[in-house]
Structures are given as C-alpha cells and as structure tokens.
Design a protein around this ligand. Structure first.
Ligand code: C2E
Ligand code: CA
Ligand code: CA
Ligand code: CA
Length: 256
C-alpha cells in the first residue's frame, strides 16, 4: 500500500485532486440498481489513482478529513446533477465523527441537499459504529438535524463493532450495512449464517433497510435472498466505477 504524507494530502486538497467513484447497489428483490455508494479516490497528476486506504487515515490523523469531506461533497452533488442520478436512486456518502461534530460541515450537507435536485430520501450518510461511539454533543444534535431533513443514516461495517445494538437504539439510523467480513464468512459455518440471518431480521424489525456489503459469489447472493436481505453491494454486482461508467452500467441493468 502506497503511503502519503500530510503535506501531500494538503497539496492534493489545494489542487482539488480528490474524486468519487460509485459502487452500484442492487436490489435482491428486483435485481435492479437502486443506488450507489460514493467512494473517494485520489487522482494524482501522474495518472495514478490512489484508493482511500492510502489517504483517509492520513487525513483523519492530521485533522484534514473535514477539508476532504468538504471538497468531496460538492463533487457528489455535481455528479448527481450531471447524470440525473438523484431522482431514482439512493446514493450514500461516507462521513466521519469529526465531520458531524463540525456545524459548518453539517450546514453544508443540509444546504447541498436542499439546493440540489435531491428528493428527500435519496442521500444517505454512512458512518461506522466506531465513529458513532466517538460522538460528542454537537454530533448528536447535528445527526438529529440531518435526520429531520430526510437525509438517511447508515451504520457502516455492522457486525465488527462491540455494541452495535446499543448504538442502533440511540441513533436515527435508516439502514445497516452488513460488514464484508461477516458476509464473507457466513457460508463457512452455521453459526456465522445464523448471525447474518438474525442481523437481517433485527434490522427489519427495527424498520431499517439492510444492505449486504462485499457480496462476491452467487452462493452468497442466493443465501442473502433466502435470508430476506434487500440490497447487495459487492464485486458480484460491480466494482466501484468512475461516474461515466456507473451511468452506463445503471442504464444497462435497468432502474427501480
Ligand atoms: P467502506 O465504507 O466499508 O467501503 C467498502 C469498501 O469495500 C470499498 O473499498 C469497496 O471498494 C470495497 N468492496 C466493495 N465490494 C467488495 C467486494 O465484493 N469484496 C471486497 N473485498 N471489497 C469490496 P475502498 O473504496 O477502498 O474504500 C475503503 C474504505 O475507505 C471505505 O470502506 C471507507 O471506510 C473509506 N472511504 C472511502 N471513501 C471515503 C470517503 O469519501 N470519506 C471517508 N471518510 N471515508 C471513505
Ligand atoms: Ca461505507
Ligand atoms: Ca462498509
Ligand atoms: Ca469498512
């Protein structure tokens, strides 16, 4: 894995080199594309495309994550508007605890969602449970304001934290995303299968959408359909794609 320095991230921010790719989410009921997760990439001037693992941790440690999120947000809105994606899809965007602790950034999300052509329910923020557990009082208030405005909230990487159930009960989540680790192991043992089945049931009983991440095989797909999971994201459907390719992909597969 390439590692970058804080100064390089700062330079990349100045030169606006961060972009988003889109990984399709497919309905396990209709098989249609019902949304996407926006995933950050760093388009370096030398043509190299860096994955988030190379720069998100650096941005988080150096306190540059808010600036990165602030740079990506208008790009997300421009992308959605350019491709008319907002009208029929739910697109999710990853945020961190410092992002939602920040009132300015939260205002920006609210303003973007209100200004754009986004109907309520078509933008969702993803946050990991570990991030949610770091919440201060400003974040709690901001999350409520976002929920009030109809912006969805997904608990990311569900199943790898320690107190998911407690966090689920305290936050206005609208969906949970089963972590790719538990999805990858669910066919290895009946115990793992039971954990996934009961997580799906718990999510539904709490009135949440349940998305399975990291779906790579048709066996996993079939198990999830049988277990009542609604949405799949993973290499079986598609890798994350540049905007133009995502647009072609979703039109070829059909929409909901
Ligand atoms: P995540 O939010 O859990 O995103 C899912 C990751 O799993 C993505 O990696 C995606 O490409 C990968 N993936 C999708 N399907 C499969 C599959 O079938 N098999 C396997 N093995 N992997 C799959 P990516 O794009 O490298 O992102 C890594 C992490 O970086 C994300 O994990 C997220 O935590 C973070 N990240 C990405 N974009 C952003 C962003 O804009 N802001 C913030 N704060 N974090 C971001
Ligand atoms: Ca995510
Ligand atoms: Ca995840
Ligand atoms: Ca993850």
């Amino acid at each position: 894995m390439v590692t970058v320095t804080t100064n390089e991230v700062m330079q990349g921010l100045r030169d606006s080199e961060f972009i988003l790719h889109y990984q399709p989410k497919a309905s396990l009921i209709s098989n249609r594309i019902v949304g996407a997760e926006a995933l950050a990439r760093w388009q370096r001037p030398d043509g190299v495309l860096l994955p988030p693992g190379a720069f998100i941790p650096v941005a988080e440690r150096s306190g540059l994550i808010n600036r990165l999120t602030l740079q990506l947000l208008p790009k997300l809105m421009d992308d959605l508007a350019a491709k008319g994606i907002s009208s029929d899809m739910c697109v999710s965007f990853n945020v961190t605890a410092p992002d939602l602790e920040d009132d300015v950034l939260t205002e920006q999300i609210l303003a973007s969602a209100a200004q754009g052509s986004l109907p309520a329910g078509s933008l969702e923020l993803e946050i990991t449970e570990t991030q949610a557990m770091q919440a201060g009082h400003r974040m709690v208030r901001n999350v409520d304001a976002l929920a009030e405005a109809g912006i969805g909230l997904a608990m990311d990487d569900y199943g790898v934290g320690y107190s998911s159930i407690d966090t689920l009960s305290q936050w206005p989540f609208t969906s949970i995303k089963l972590d790719q680790g538990i999805v990858g192991r669910m066919l290895n043992s009946t115990k793992n299968a039971t954990i996934v089945r009961s997580s799906i049931r718990l999510g539904h009983e709490l009135g949440l959408h349940v998305v399975a991440e990291g779906v790579e095989t048709s066996e996993q797909h079939d198990f999830l359909v049988e277990a009542g999971c609604e949405i799949a994201q993973g290499y079986l459907v598609s890798h994350p794609l540049p905007l133009a390719e995502f647009d072609v992909f979703r039109h070829n597969i059909g929409k909901c």
